[in-house]
Write a protein that binds this ligand. Structure first.
Ligand code: SF4
Length: 80
């Protein structure tokens, strides 16, 4: 079975450094307030944004997470 990954984005922590957008612009899009939005993500009860991704997109988004200076992005594996 294919591994599943999810991106968890703490938008409150984001300072709009845009490093994630430079790495993965198809996922991290510029927003009007100078921060980014995670395209297609849903807001969770804890206020963070979550998007499930396939294994093929996990490397790119892990690079985006590592580029973020304030660690607002986490990519984690999970089981269904
Ligand atoms: S790299 Fe981090 S701080 Fe910069 S826009 Fe992306 S999530 Fe926000």
């Amino acid at each position: 079975m294919a591994k599943k990954y999810r991106i968890v984005f703490d938008r409150d922590t984001c300072i709009g450094a845009l490093a994630c957008n430079a790495v993965a612009p198809d996922y991290w899009t510029l927003a009007d307030d100078g921060k980014v939005d995670l395209k297609g993500a849903k807001k969770r009860d804890d206020g963070k944004w979550e998007l499930v991704i396939d294994e093929k997109d996990h490397v790119l988004n892990t690079e985006a997470a590592e580029s973020c200076p304030v660690y607002a992005i986490v990519v984690e594996e999970f089981e269904e």
